[in-house]
Design a protein around this ligand. Sequence first.
Ligand SMILES: NC(=O)c1ccc[n+]([C@@H]2O[C@H](COP(=O)([O-])OP(=O)(O)OC[C@H]3O[C@@H](n4cnc5c(N)ncnc54)[C@H](O)[C@@H]3O)[C@@H](O)[C@H]2O)c1
Length: 346
Amino acid sequence: MRIAVAGAGLIGRRHIEELVKSPHASLASIIDPTPEAGALAAELGVPHYATLERALADDRPDGVILATPNRLHVEGGLTCIAAGVPVIVEKPLAETAAGAKQLVEAAEAAHVPLLTGHHRNYSANMAAAREVISSGVLGRLVAIVGQATFYKPDDYFDVGDGWRRKAGGGPILLNLTHEVNNLMALAGDITAVQATTSSATRGFEVEDTAAMIFHFAGGVLGTFMLSDTAASPRSWEQTSGENTSYATYPDEDSYHVMGTVGSLSIPTMRLKTYPGVQSWWSATDDSRIDVAVEDPLANQIAHFAAVIRGEAEPICDGRAGLKTIQVCDAVQEAARTGAVVNTGIS
Ligand SMILES: NC(=O)c1ccc[n+]([C@@H]2O[C@H](COP(=O)([O-])OP(=O)(O)OC[C@H]3O[C@@H](n4cnc5c(N)ncnc54)[C@H](O)[C@@H]3O)[C@@H](O)[C@H]2O)c1
């Protein structure tokens, strides 16, 4: 499968690296108006295009990974869909739920695969966790506890005009999106949220810490703690070991999923289940599911190639990306108003 990458910035270059190595797909072209992107295309011996329209017209790829700035996601996604070319749109699918809905509806009407680039869906740990849950080993799901707590170094905030200290630059907008997508992949749709925030530690205009309650369809409840100022290495990257740019802690968990028969800690993958009648007087059978660390970005490309060939249905489609935006919007509103906010997902 020949896959083009539009937007050769920070994450686009990671996709390019993975495509060059992939046994499942090849890099068709690089689409990005900058001279740096042209130089990279020349180095890799692939065509360089300044616009998506030109690339689709001159050398139609089998698929596109759209890693352009957020504001260009809807426009770029619609261009691929109109040309009938399957596309992974980097997260967030769009800047607004309305934009994401437009994209999803266009893809569904045209029967063109649209995927959202929440690459953690292709984590081997997440795949194993979804399998455990769907196997029924945990019984009926009751609750999920999640955590993304980490310490962003103080100089992280000294960029540009200091936008990371202001509204929109905090962990709810920057970090929560992948977490929400993971939680829904594990426990189903989130229908309502409650949230409260604090900026007491850093003293910035934007939150440094947030506590959330998630109401899942079917009555499952979840709590989630998010902080970028807590010296507690429990972010997904730090616990899963999937991104070696971070120091990793294989003994720490990000999520704990609880059912009526057993519970699973992720990503340590410690499983506890009652062998007989469930009771707090009895001991659980304890085991650990052995999962080798895999690069989710590489797995995402393998999956995309299978979707393009018609051999797989998208694991994280456009609708999943839309739902993630709806939940994150609801979290912001809940934090602002103190109300229980419906996500609009039924
Ligand atoms: N999945 C992840 O974990 C992850 C991580 C980082 C970023 N992202 C997402 O990826 C997207 C890109 O983020 P980034 O950090 O790589 O940004 P970036 O600014 O580093 O890169 C964006 C690139 O897009 C190019 N570009 C701008 N206009 C273009 C156009 N019309 N056509 C083609 N290319 C164009 C720019 O020249 C630049 O090279 C964002 O939506 C971001 O949210 C996802």
